[in-house]
Design a protein around this ligand. Sequence first.
Ligand code: SF4
Length: 204
Amino acid sequence: MDIDFNLLKENFRLRNIEVQCFDTFEEIKTHILSIIPNNSPIGIGHSTTLQNINMTLSLLARGNIVYDKELSKGKEEKQAMKKKALIADWYITGSNAISIDGRIVNIDHSGNRVAAITFGPDKVIIVVGKNKIVNTLEEAIKRVKNVACPLNARRAGLNPPCVTFNKCVDRVSMDRVCNTLSIIEGQSEVGRIKLFIANEDAGY
Ligand code: SF4
């Protein structure tokens, strides 16, 4: 798909969301490390993309306090980590889809990631590859339900109907991975959300 990055940037700018484009995820990591002070507490939303670039380990290595549920040992610690991440100074996460018309669309199993993106941390950085970009909000929701959901469910060892059918069939399931569907339409605070896009593919 041809992506008009100037149009995408302008559509997000009008919604008070800042977009920066990079060639690689490694460049994004370097930039993130340059803009976040090394004494700031940081929450991390689950993201294969961030795991691929060892974002959490790089932040820990230079002294940041990092609330990443992947660091926790048991269920209680994981829950505590998710709660602390909600009030960290910064929050870094991936996203399931962004649309050129200016929307950020995510599904969440327990809701901690979409909660932090919506309110809490003073600054939010969302890291995505070009594979997450679609044209419209409608296409973003389709991507999230039919691409991200089955892949996320498999990763988490859950078995909702989209795992069997490889698309959403919207049946009630105890294993539902999309308990929350979030659409970020804009921000009241200019620059609170920064969207960093790599010209590479990663995650789902
Ligand atoms: S509603 Fe169910 S089948 Fe549809 S995407 Fe969500 S978990 Fe999968």
